[in-house]
Design a protein around this ligand. Structure first.
Ligand SMILES: *Cc1c(COP(=O)(O)O)cnc(C)c1O
Length: 379
């Protein structure tokens, strides 16, 4: 039986992803391998020589993520990193050279402006455009790398990955998609034509708020060789314990995503009727501006809902009044979190803008807690 079969459903693939063939008296998922070096008599050939280059715990996790990002394909290669930013930097800084042009979203992850500054210091021209309306198309001429983040964080706009990838490739431009918010069970950028699927595994992929992780997946071996070289020279490597925890967490990805995303839809529907809520966004809502493209290219719409309350003070009162929802940054965990995004600066959001990440609580409990907190925080 091939675990990679596309015949299996997401839950079946998630619980089996990356597992080795069973070995008598061995655990199903081998424990983390802690090794700076491996015994290596004679000629120094792989697979395991030195711990910065390869580790068996990464190998299993990389195989697992590859099976989810590109089911049924033998040509996908995945590399894990110690954080999403390490993965993002690995792609950008291994692929672009002085004089190149890179197109970033202007409404993406909050560290992208820092990345922009670093790229510019290396003599790379950076252009930006919004995610919505495929606006990055307008600034693509002459670019060598297009960076897409869809749905965008925190605004939840969606762009047409297939269309952007076709237009980019017609101009000889590589395409990377940040797949953090959707997870590979929500969307498969490589199937949509992207050269790289990149993500933070810190969010819903691992889902417990206790691990930082990132990965890069691609079906282009030459591109991956340069990303691998980057990992080796920068030394941005995941700890074996984190890699093992991440692999263990993948088994429940479909269960968590289905519950959390159902909670997000229920919450969005409940918020729709509230007069104090404006700018409500969830790609799974039938009348959301992102819904049409999202339902064409996504299989799940994520666990994040965004909306605004009238003022900063109102949003702070709301967050304070929540009992089942922690005021915390990040998203994707099994316990709901929410935050007033404007407290960080950097995102172009209103003072009362709330990014809400739905956990795996019972839907009725979560929605009731939010509606009660809204009532209690009303002016
Ligand atoms: C969190 C996040 C990142 C960065 O990931 P880390 O694991 O925190 O380094 C990148 N992109 C998106 C969309 C994110 O939400």
């Amino acid at each position: 039986m091939s675990d990679k079969s596309t015949d299996f459903g997401d839950g079946t693939r998630a619980v089996r992803a990356g597992l080795p063939e069973p070995v008598k008296y061995e655990p199903t998922l081998p424990g983390p391998v802690f090794a700076a070096h491996f015994h290596l008599p004679g000629e120094p050939t792989g697979p395991y020589t030195y711990g910065r280059d390869e580790n068996p715990t990464w190998t299993l996790l990389e195989r697992a993520i590859g099976e989810l990002e590109a089911p049924g394909r033998d040509d996908v290669e995945t590399l894990v990193f110690p954080s999403g930013m390490a993965a993002i930097s690995a792609v950008l800084f291994s692929q672009v050279r002085t004089g190149d042009v890179v197109v970033l979203p202007n409404d993406g992850y909050q560290a992208l402006p820092l990345v922009r500054r670093q790229l510019e210091e290396y003599g790379i021209e950076v252009r930006t455009a919004p995610t919505g309306g495929d606006a990055q198309l307008e600034v693509l001429d002459g670019a060598s790398l297009l960076w897409i983040e869809t749905p965008s964080n925190p605004g939840l706009d969606v762009c047409d990955v297939r269309r952007l990838a076709e237009e980019a490739h017609a101009r000889g431009c590589l395409v990377a998609v940040d797949n953090t918010l959707a997870t590979p069970l929500g969307q498969r950028p490589l199937d949509l034509g992207a050269d790289f699927a990149v993500a933070s595994g810190t969010k819903q992929l691992t889902g417990h708020g206790d691990v930082l992780l990132g990965y890069v997946a691609s079906r282009n071996a030459a591109l991956m060789a340069s990303v691998r070289r980057w990992r080796k020279i920068v030394g941005a490597i995941a700890g074996p314990m984190e890699a093992w925890l991440a692999h263990r967490s993948l088994a429940t990805l479909q269960l968590r995503a289905d519950r959390q995303n159902a909670n997000a839809l229920a919450l969005a529907e409940a918020l729709r009727g509230r007069p104090e809520v404006t700018g409500l966004r969830y790609p799974g809502l039938a009348d959301d501006p992102s819904h049409e493209i999202a339902s064409r290219q996504m299989r799940r719409f994520g666990c994040v809902v965004s909306f605004s309350l009238p003022t900063r003070a109102h949003a702070d009162r709301f967050l304070e009044a929540l009992r089942l929802v922690d005021d915390a940054t990040s998203f994707g965990g099994v316990r709901s979190t929410a935050e007033r995004r404007g407290r960080w600066g950097g995102d172009a959001v209103a003072e009362g803008f709330v990014r809400f990440s739905c956990g795996a609580e019972d839907t009725d409990d979560l929605v009731a807690d939010v509606l009660r907190a809204l009532d209690e925080s009303a002016d």
